[in-house]
Design a protein around this ligand. Structure first.
Ligand code: ADP
Ligand code: ASP
Ligand code: MG
Length: 837
């Protein structure tokens, strides 16, 4: 008698779950714990499908050499992962990888120069990533003593022949699934299938569209009458919005299938747009976090919770970028039936699907929204279809407007609830966003709004806030801290900051979730406790890089920040206390929804480029950048400047000495100490950079001056700052050690300058002078009775002359260097961000 079939559970693992061998082992462990009746669907490793599509594109442009080098990189990554996995399992996955990549190379060699990559070949190329993943996953299961078998997905999933976006053939798929998979399941063998691919009626490989592994999983669930299908992701589930755009996004523990389908269709990447087609009632669908096995994530079902709907008529927001509007207008259209139908017909013929349509009640115009990429094709098709009307001037114009996005606001409770639309439009208007078109489906489940793409982030945040979606469902994704802080840079300031934050975290409801150094990072989305931070600090002081700390990961900062951003953190803040060129990391953090606090000067003094620099980019994405500690350490300088500006005062000039190192040096020179002796003392006290010329060149002061200048509206770059270097030309090219050994040669010239100043009752200072037109830094002799002359030790001083404080400028003096005061300046900014939101 045949053994009974256990209840079937389909588990799909996304690219993030398969990022490296550690992740694959973790994912395999999840299946091993529930292997009876399990069916596994594997996506390609993170980033691999993108690379494969690049390979296809390169080959069709005739750049076979570059394509091959990308293949080699894939080979290296997969073989390395396989090797780490295969430690104690007998299957030779490297053979599978070599075979797949061998096929891939053959395919690429076949590609000839063409205007567009051949869709069938592109699909075969793209299929490679999932196939390699599936065999690695099966090996990882075997290593855990789970019996597993890779099943060729194209033998089970059958589709039509639309390459790049295949539509499943339910009946054939169901037949193949029972024939091939059920016997394995009955024998307690876990079938492992590549997601994303199927076969066309002619046997060619077809892909199901980007993100298609979700669809593979739900299709198999349908075909096998599964009890559950679980999509394991690196997000906590389906959230009220994309956490990369709306940092306050919250987990939706339950979601109705129609709401889920609407979100997926309008661009919420967490679900493939067609993942829900035909999912049967009997099967429960879960989207669950890999990182927290205790959380049930989101359950998508047909259950309606009317009370919850009433409380939150809007449940979630999503957006889809890269859209264009085609506007068909003309007086002759009024009252003429069938215009819309004709337009749709014309577009269907050229394979363009219309995402949204809206018609003004005057019937004077119809707007169709289509992806920008096909806007021109669509326009030509419409011109042809309306040629007669255009000639008779019944239709006056067919115009295209690009760079738009659709924001969709979704919730079953919106139906029949008065006032939702008006609240929505008030929120959008309050967010200073312009609505270009509106459409509401008959179901009232979704209101879609077309806005400019550059404003769609602000629009979503405004609507999310207006409908209080941060208070929804299971509440906060994490226990609602005021802010989650990531410290980038774990040198002296970073460590001091970690200690200071550790001390105040609890009382300010802050969490430090990650620390990053040049070796790697330590990240815990639940927060690093004060004790754990203290241990990391102590170990780092004893020269253990973070990558080697417990749970440390070796990775560049870019990847560390990307990893952190994959979690739905609460109001994340990235603190940059490095001294490096971090502009790219900061830019990515801003795009991903993080606020920024800087002690690092470089990003603010860097060339601003086409995007207008960090501050413009932050403004564009609705993020904030605070940087008190970049000039004058913790002194309230930048804060004073912004308060003066906010109050309508005009800042005319800032003058000051912002360098503790040079301040100390000139203080000593004034007291009659020789230059070489004073500089060596500064070096031994740790006041200078390892090469003291970095201080003497004036570049550090110049950066600070440029930062202040930019606050005053100076629009030049570093090369328009006038900098006087204190290093004589002959001493600029030698090694640091030679320079240091020859300091005495400079003593007499310095003595002369000091004496000359003294004879005029002056002292020397290295000073910045900043206005909106000019930024200058250099050596000056100031009168002994002036306030600058009174500066002591490493103190800084700034005097701010404004329209209101013209006679008697505001003077700020105090410790402008040092680890503790700099960290305190940073901490202050962090608290400001956490408190103000
Ligand atoms: P997989 O690894 O399974 O393919 P995806 O990367 O496709 O997973 O889906 C997760 C991504 O979806 C996240 O990076 C997240 O930024 C994005 N996303 C967009 N909208 C939402 C939402 N409403 N809820 C959760 N994630 C969302
Ligand atoms: N690997 C495919 C993609 O990146 C399919 C998937 O991830 O679901 O689109
Ligand atoms: Mg996906």
């Amino acid at each position: 008698m045949a053994r009974p079939i256990p209840s079937i559970a389909v588990h799909k693992f996304g690219g993030a779950a398969l990022a490296d061998s550690k992740a694959i082992r973790h994912a395999a462990g999840i299946v091993a714990a529930r292997s009876s009746g399990a069916v596994v669907v594997a996506s390609a490793m993170r980033g691999v499908t993108d690379t494969l599509l690049d390979i296809a594109a390169l080959a069709s442009r005739g750049e076979h050499q570059s394509a091959r080098s990308l293949i080699e990189a894939l080979r290296e990554r997969h073989l390395a992962t396989a090797l780490e996995l295969a430690d104690n399992c007998e299957t030779s996955i490297s053979d599978v990888i070599d075979h797949e990549l061998g096929n891939l190379t053959d395919l690429v060699d076949q590609v000839t120069h063409a205007a567009r990559p051949d869709p069938a070949i592109t699909d075969s190329i793209a299929a490679c990533g999932e196939r390699m993943s599936a065999s690695m996953f099966a090996a990882a299961l075997s290593a855990l003593d789970v019996r597993a078998k890779v099943v060729e997905a194209t033998q089970v999933i059958h589709t039509d022949d639309r390459h790049g976006n295949g539509t499943p053939d339910f009946a054939r798929t169901a037949g193949a699934a029972s024939e091939i998979l059920l016997p394995l399941i009955r024998d307690n063998i876990v079938p492992v299938l590549a997601g994303f691919i199927g076969s066309a009626p002619n046997g060619e490989t077809v892909t199901l569209g980007r993100g298609g592994s979700d669809l593979t999983a739900t299709l198999l669930a349908r075909a096998l009458n599964a009890t559950t299908v679980t999509l394991w992701k690196d997000v906590p589930g389906v959230l009220t919005a994309d956490p990369q755009t709306v940092p306050d996004a919250r987990l939706l523990p339950k979601l109705h299938v129609r709401e889920a389908a609407e979100l997926a269709y309008y661009g919420a990447k967490v679900l493939h747009p067609r993942a829900l087609i035909g999912l049967k009632d009997k099967t429960r669908l879960f989207i669950r976090p890999l990182s927290n096995l205790e959380s049930p994530g989101t359950e998508v079902s047909t259950h309606r919770d009317r009370a919850a709907e009433k409380k939150h008529p809007v449940r979630a927001i999503t957006a889809i970028g890269g859209q264009a509007i085609i506007n068909i207008s003309g007086d002759g259209m009024v009252g003429v039936p069938g215009i819309a139908a004709r337009a749709f017909g014309a577009l269907e013929k050229v394979g363009v699907s219309v995402a949204l349509i809206s018609q003004a009640s005057s019937e004077h115009s119809i707007c169709l929204v289509v992806p920008s990429a096909v806007a021109e094709v669509a326009r030509s098709a419409l011109r042809a279809a309306f040629a007669g009307q255009l000639e008779r001037q019944e239709v006056e114009g067919i115009d295209v407007r690009t760079d738009l996005a659709i924001m969709a606001v979704v919730g079953l409770g919106m139906s029949g609830m008065p006032g939702v639309a008006s609240r929505l439009f008030t929120a959008i208007a309050d967010g200073d966003v312009n609505v270009i078109a509106i459409a509401q489906g008959a179901s009232e489940l979704n209101i879609s709004v077309v806005v400019e793409e550059r404003q769609v982030g602000s629009a979503q945040r405004a609507v999310h806030a207006a409908f209080r979606l941060d208070k929804i469902g299971g509440g906060a994704v994490t226990p609602s801290p005021n802010a989650d802080v990531v410290i980038m840079g774990f040198g002296r300031i970073g460590r001091e900051l970690a200690t200071q934050l550790g001390a105040v975290a609890e009382s300010h409801a802050l969490r430090v979730v990650a620390v990053i150094d040049s070796s790697g990072y330590v990240f815990d989305p639940r927060g690093l406790s004060k004790k754990r931070l203290a241990t990391l600090v102590a170990r780092k002081e004893a020269s253990t890089p973070l990558a080697d700390a417990p749970h440390g990961v070796r990775a560049p900062a870019e990847l560390a920040v990307a990893e952190v951003q994959r979690h739905a953190l609460s109001r994340p803040i990235l603190v940059d206390v490095t001294a490096g060129d971090t502009s790219a990391v900061l830019e990515a953090a801003i795009v991903g929804g993080m606020d920024i606090v800087l002690a690092n000067k470089r990003p603010l003094a860097a060339p601003r480029g086409s995007k207008g620099g960090l501050n413009s980019s932050a403004a564009f994405h609705g993020r904030r950048v605070l940087h008190e500690a970049t000039v004058g350490a913790g002194l309230p300088l930048i804060d004073t400047i912004s308060k003066l500006k906010e109050s309508g005062d005009e800042i005319l000039r800032i003058e000051g000495c912002p360098s503790g190192t040079l301040g100390y040096l000139f203080g000593e020179l004034g007291r009659g100490v020789e230059f070489s002796t004073a500089l060596r003392a500064a070096m031994s006290r740790g006041y200078t950079e390892p090469d003291p010329r970095d201080d003497l060149s004036g570049m550090d002061v110049a950066r600070k001056a440029l930062i202040l200048g930019r606050l005053l509206g100076f629009d030049g770059e570093m090369d328009s700052v006038i900098v006087e270097s204190l290093v004589p030309p002959d001493y600029r090219d030698m090694s640091a050690s030679e320079f240091i050994s020859r300091l005495e040669e400079l003593d007499s010239a310095w003595r002369e300058r000091v004496d000359e100043a003294r004879s005029r009752d002056c002292v020397l200072r290295y000073r910045l002078m900043v206005t909106s037109d000019a930024v200058t830094v250099g050596l000056v002799a100031v009168n002994s009775s002036s306030s600058l002359a009174s500066l002591m030790g490493t103190d800084n001083q700034f005097s701010i002359t404004t329209t209101r404080y013209r006679e008697n400028p505001i003077v700020i003096t105090g410790p402008g260097a040092g680890v503790a005061v700099t960290a305190a300046g940073v901490l202050n900014d962090v608290l400001k961000l956490a408190g103000s939101r």
